[in-house]
Design a protein around this ligand. Structure first.
Ligand code: ADP
Length: 266
């Protein structure tokens, strides 16, 4: 009797979980369309407007001042809109992975290709922080992986993105190597602010952001979903991801992926 009840409750829970996911997926889709249009129009207004008041000077200088303010405000709309877009995209990714609807396009890929792609994607961010150096070290003759290149690159981009975000000077190191047979390790290490021990496990939770970051300011702030997505992707490939850090000591994020025996499979 008890077992049947438990079984029914379990099925019901699974159904509810499915409903939650499909709700999340459709809401995210619906939000994206108007947001794209809001962002497009904000850009258009900013362009028209700057063209209009560019010629104004002298007596009209005050008008130009006001114009600058309006442009600044339009820029905030743009930045916040981009943040919302990232949040929606992250939510969609998570919902897809959790519901098993993610389209994994696995292919044979060399680790250094993944590293190169990720480094290219974050290069403009590094350019904005001249006091932070990016050092990349790839061990020779690493075996190929059988993964979705976009997804694993996404993991590396997220880790590099965080590393640069929380580091003001020093370096960010990205290493790829094989610490033991059958395991590829990707390591992103920074000389940034570090993470309190109490936060180390929780930062991989959805929406978890360490208290103290002001998320209200209008700069491209995070969503608290990046590491949760990283963990889902890595665990999809039966790998592991964890962080080693202490406050004020910089942080290291380590990803380990099992290396398939591609020769035997061929
Ligand atoms: P966010 O979008 O806020 O970066 P993440 O899931 O990527 O979300 O990270 C969660 C939190 O973990 C961050 O808000 C930050 O507090 C902490 N964190 C992540 N990476 C680092 C790092 N390299 N150094 C210090 N703190 C970090």
């Amino acid at each position: 009797q008890k077992a049947v009840e438990l079984e029914t409750a379990n099925v019901r829970l699974l159904e509810l979980d499915q409903m939650k996911t499909s709700f999340l997926t459709s809401v995210s889709h619906e939000l994206r369309t108007p947001l794209t249009s809001i962002l497009g129009f904000a850009k258009l207004i900013a362009k028209d407007f700057s063209r209009h008041f560019q010629g104004l000077a002298g007596d009209e200088g005050r008008l130009a001042d006001r114009g600058r303010r309006i442009l600044d405000n339009l820029e905030i709309i743009g930045l916040e809109g981009e943040r919302l877009t990232r949040l929606i995209n992250d939510l969609l990714d998570l919902a897809k992975i959790e519901s098993g609807k993610m389209d994994w396009r696995d292919a044979r890929i060399a680790p250094d290709t993944l590293v190169t792609q990720a480094v290219r994607a974050v290069s403009s961010q590094f350019a904005q922080k001249p006091d932070v150096r990016l050092v990349v070290e790839i061990a020779p003759a690493l075996p190929e992986l059988m993964v979705d290149p976009d997804r694993v690159t996404q993991v590396l981009i997220n880790l590099l993105h965080n590393a640069i975000k929380f580091t003001t000077h020093g370096q960010v190191r990205l290493e790829a190597g094989m610490p033991r047979a059958g395991v590829l390790q990707l390591r992103v290490e920074d000389t940034g602010q570090g993470i309190h021990l109490a936060d180390l496990e929780r930062i991989f939770d959805k929406f978890y952001q360490v208290a103290g970051h002001d998320t209200r300011v209008a700069k491209p702030a995070g969503t608290g979903l990046g590491l949760a997505i990283c963990r889902q992707i890595v665990e999809h490939y039966k790998g592991a991801i964890w962080a080693e850090s202490a406050w004020g000591q910089g942080s290291a994020f380590i990803v380990e992926l099992p290396v398939p025996d591609l020769e035997a499979a061929a």
